[in-house]
Design a protein around this ligand. Structure first.
Ligand code: CA
Ligand code: CA
Ligand code: CA
Length: 369
């Protein structure tokens, strides 16, 4: 069972990995967060002027409030031409912005030279008051300080990013605040970014929406889902609609089915031959009935005599991913007689499969962060 869990996680990871959106941004040491969103000629932090010392806007990634980003930064900067270079986590000294809040953008206390971010909405930031400062010292107001696992900064509130990982190597995540439409990246200094040197390379990745668990039933109406690999026919699989899940939102062209263990070891998941909207289980909610070619599944290595479970994955038309699992019993059994098969315990198809899938998701999410 352990092997199945691990492989399913990898399988899901590869499916979701194809959807992960990421962009790379180069951030010069001279990028001053307190010029974010300010028009050319604006000033900040002593001698800094837009656009020469403006921070870098992250373009090409949807900035959607409530979704999360993670960062991976490398490179070296220094807060003056003769100062020692430091990586994206900065040097040991913490520093405030000497001018405090400026241009409607909050102060912050964070390591000198470290990578910083600030979210803005559509409006120029100096038209509304600045929010409170985040203090990333270990006696400050950020749980976990520079080693936070998840941070929810406010609009116009400058926040520490660093290299994007905790000191223990865990990926950190930042939740995009309400009303945010833009993200700017800069470095940390007290004043005068104009004489800073070096640059940071930053990869910004959108964390995919969690997968929606779908209730599926392999061979609806029969349990525990016997499958004869020599069958020349079809394997029916139903996705059940519920009050919370409308099967008409499934993008049928993205659906793939197979044994997660085999798929992870070189097998190829298979698309359905055909589909039909029907109420398979007579509960009043429309279901999606799918038919897979058993021969296709065997030829593609998506089912084998050792298969005990099948997973169905795919996307909704809105881009969210769905996943459902159910048990499979291969008949005739592989190397055992019919009698021993009849008395062997077979897991409850739906509840145990869902529990397993939930566990897999928990693991994959932890890995993703
Ligand atoms: Ca770090
Ligand atoms: Ca400087
Ligand atoms: Ca139904």
């Amino acid at each position: 069972m352990r092997g199945v869990i691990i492989c399913l996680v990898t399988f899901l990871g590869s499916l979701l990995g194809g959807r992960a959106e990421a962009v790379s941004v180069s951030v010069p040491g001279s990028a001053d967060p307190w010029l974010a969103g300010m028009p050319d000629g604006s000033t900040a932090s002593g001698g800094d002027v837009a656009p020469a010392q403006s921070p870098v806007e992250v373009l090409g990634l949807p900035i959607v409030p409530g979704t999360s980003l993670r960062f991976f930064a490398t490179g070296l900067t220094a807060h003056g031409p003769t100062q020692p270079l430091a990586g994206p986590d900065g040097s040991s000294g913490f520093r405030a912005h000497f001018a405090g809040a400026e241009n409607g953008i909050s102060n912050t206390i964070s390591p000198l030279n470290s990578l910083q971010g600030v979210f803005l909405g559509l409006m120029q930031p100096d038209l509304t008051p600045a929010p409170a400062a985040l203090d990333f010292t270990n006696t400050g107001n950020v749980p976990g300080d520079v080693n936070y696992t998840s941070l929810s900064p406010l609009l116009k509130q400058v926040f520490f990013i660093g290299d994007g990982m905790t000191n223990g190597g865990q990926m950190q995540q930042v939740v995009i605040p309400a009303e945010a439409t833009r993200l700017f990246l800069g470095t940390k200094d007290g004043f005068d970014w104009f004489n800073n040197i070096g640059s940071l390379d930053v990869e910004v990745t959108l964390i995919p929406e969690p997968t929606i668990l779908a209730l599926i039933d392999i061979k609806p109406g029969s349990s525990p889902n016997p499958v004869n690999l020599k069958s020349k026919g079809v394997l029916p699989v139903a996705i059940f609609g519920t009050a919370d899940f409308d099967v008409t939102e499934v993008d049928i062209s993205t659906l793939l089915f197979g044994d997660p263990l085999l798929i992870d070891n070189g097998g190829t998941a298979v698309s359905p031959l055909r589909s039909a909207l029907e109420d398979v289980n007579d509960d009043g909610f429309l279901d999606l009935g799918l038919k897979f070619s058993t021969a296709d599944l065997v030829e593609n290595g998506a089912l084998s005599p050792d298969t005990i479970e099948g997973v169905l994955v795919g996307l909704l038309v809105d881009g969210n991913s769905i996943e459902g699992m159910d048990s499979i019993r291969i008949v005739p059994p592989n190397g055992s007689n019919a009698n021993s098969l009849r008395i062997s315990a077979v897991p409850e198809p739906t509840s145990s499969a869902l529990a397993l899938a939930a566990l897999c998701l928990a693991i994959s999410r932890r890995r993703a962060f």
